[in-house]
Design a protein around this ligand. Sequence first.
Ligand code: ATP
Ligand code: MG
Length: 190
Amino acid sequence: MFNVVIFGAPGSGKGTQSERIISEYGLFHISTGDVLREQIAKGTELGKIADSYISKGQLIPDELMIDILSQVLDANPQAGKGVIFDGFPRTIEQAKALKKMLALREAEVDVVVGLEVEEEELIERLLKRGQVSGRSDDNLDTIKKRLHVYHNQTKPLKDYYVKEGKYKQIKGTGTVENIFNSIKETISKL
Ligand code: ATP
Ligand code: MG
């Protein structure tokens, strides 16, 4: 099992690069944002709960999010070959849970691809996406809240993975192709 965590602020390009990575390496893509938005679109109970957090720019509580992730892993045998985790973990608590879940499968996080983009560009990208995404969280007010949450709750994970020797910093600006090439180069050196 080869497991990649794609890490970065909202709008850093996690989803875009994940698509390139899955087609290159045949990994299974788990985007927690997509999973939650699917539930919202279907109008499920879980979707209603998720929507109440997402529209405010807040994180879904750890316990619930960890439960959802573990269900997605269990329900998808294709994940056995390896997964790209997009949007998870977002807290240290989630990272510890992921470590345990993978250990049960005699696996681990092999690399954390950290997409680094300056704040100004993040806001610009998210506002642009908001014009077409229809996402309740792609508006200036919520974007600012999400960036705040990112700095407080998610960014500390960088240090956590640096200490584990897994964090690889990637410049997240430039063309999609160039960014993908630096990811490939990083993975080839592992
Ligand atoms: P990007 O644009 O880089 O793909 P993003 O932050 O815009 O990232 P998603 O990853 O799609 O968007 O997440 C959207 C929202 O879903 C988050 O702001 C949060 O409310 C919720 N969410 C997604 N993953 C998690 C998680 N692991 N823990 C808690 N909440 C989550
Ligand atoms: Mg995304």
